[in-house]
Design a protein around this ligand. Structure first.
Ligand SMILES: C[S@@+](CC[C@H](N)C(=O)[O-])C[C@H]1O[C@@H](n2cnc3c(N)ncnc32)[C@H](O)[C@@H]1O
Length: 380
């Protein structure tokens, strides 16, 4: 695994790590698309102090490069993990901090250049391009890049539609670049929120564009809903990896005296959960929605129930390390006899992981594909 990103023959390489740092990490913090973007952007010969907007930087490679060139860097991202990675990598390379914006914030104006990693979700791409159209001019350099296999004709059509004239590069190490000029006529703006109805549970869930399963309710979430416990006692319940807050909402309804925490690393997920709890008349004194990397710096230890439908991706990579971090963090914040309720695909083997961590695990419900497991933070 390489940690040194070579910028040019006369500059020192950048040292870059994923976040959080893990022992025996096998995955790189930058890829061929980052390298290709930097190689092209180096030919622009921008001046120190020029304003560069960076969207969707994965672990901060692009931001560290731009910062190392003396540009005024503004990074916008949906991911707390990406932003923490960026800060850690800036420090690692003795570079100054940059401006970090949440994906739900409006874009500032007047950039000399815009650099984008193409987001995975086409809804997110449309939303970001629409926003870019309102803050760029034909003079703004606009460069995007990704794995070649992730750039389709429909991707290029979106750039043409929202921004204007668009061309692509040849593929290099399986990465491709997109070049656009912001010269299109203004298009009809769209709203960021889309809605999913769940009539069986009397829910209408709003989703910001980058939210997990924004087009329809996730099947695992749907199976989890009837298994969420009910109580009239005062309890603290936490939805870990809350997405649009569907589990938090049902927990709030089933437990009218409970305080609800909803945590996700995606700013758009957190904004959606906040919106959905409010729009379903959950008293705002009863809940808190927060962007965090799992439960890092979450200092409560009085949680009675953690609900978790864990992710199995980080960026484009399939991994179970986030689920494991979530289980470990859940154990740390649970009261004695507090419980963790987890849903997962059978093949992911969460049963073994929970047994190892908690010393106990029971199957609450299952079907051919999914299993819902409960682990209790028992006192030994
Ligand atoms: C499978 S989705 C579940 C969403 C929602 N709870 C549901 O059931 O529909 C997993 C969620 O975990 C979030 N996530 C991924 N990595 C995370 C991390 N390091 N810390 C907190 N949340 C994370 C994702 O953004 C995503 O919303």
């Amino acid at each position: 695994m390489k940690t040194e990103l070579v910028i040019s023959s006369d500059e020192s390489p950048l040292t870059l790590h994923r976040y959080p740092r893990r022992k025996n990490e096998t995955l790189q913090a930058f890829d061929a698309a980052d390298e290709y973007i930097i190689e092209h952007a180096n030919t622009w010969q921008l001046e120190a102090g020029n304003r560069v907007l960076i969207l969707n930087d994965q672990f901060g490679a692009l931001s560290c490069w731009a910062c190392s060139q003396g540009y005024d860097v503004i990074q916008i991202s949906d991911s707390v993990v990406s932003q923490q990675a960026t800060l850690a990598n800036l420090r690692q390379n003795q570079l100054p901090d940059i401006t970090l914006l949440k994906s739900t914030e409006p874009l500032p104006k007047q950039f000399d250049a815009v650099i984008m990693r193409v987001p995975k979700s086409s809804k997110m791409l449309a939303w970001q391009l629409q926003q870019l159209a309102s803050v760029t001019t034909p003079a703004t350099r606009i460069l995007a890049g990704d794995k070649a296999k992730a750039i389709h004709t429909s991707t290029l059509n979106q750039f043409e539609h929202w921004l204007g004239a668009t061309t692509t590069s040849l593929a290099k190490k399986k990465a491709r670049l997109i070049f656009s000029t912001a010269n299109a006529l203004p298009q009809q703006p769209t709203e960021p929120l889309s809605y999913v109805d769940v009539p069986e549970f009397s829910m209408r869930l709003a989703n910001w564009p980058n939210v997990f399963s924004a087009k329809k309710l996730d099947i695992a979430a749907y199976l989890m809903l009837p298994q969420i416990p009910s109580s009239d006692e005062e309890k603290n319940i936490l939805d870990l990896g809350c997405g649009n807050g569907v589990l938090a909402l049902q927990a709030a309804r089933n437990n009218p005296k409970a305080y609800i925490y909803a945590v996700d690393e995606s700013h758009m997920a957190v904004a959606s959960a906040q919106h959905n709890l409010e729009s379903h008349d959950i008293d705002s004194q009863r809940f808190q929605c927060e962007a965090r990397d799992c439960l890092t710096d979450f200092n409560h230890t009085d949680i009675d129930l953690v609900l978790c439908n864990p992710p199995f991706h980080q960026q484009q990579t399939i991994t179970d390390h986030i689920a494991w971090q979530m289980f470990c963090d859940a154990k740390r914040v649970l009261t004695t006899n507090g419980a963790l309720l987890v849903i997962g695909n059978r093949h992911l083997g969460y049963h073994t992981k929970l047994k190892r961590l908690f010393g106990n695990v029971t199957v609450v419900a299952s079907n051919k594909k999914f299993v819902i497991l409960k682990a209790v933070n028992a006192q030994f």
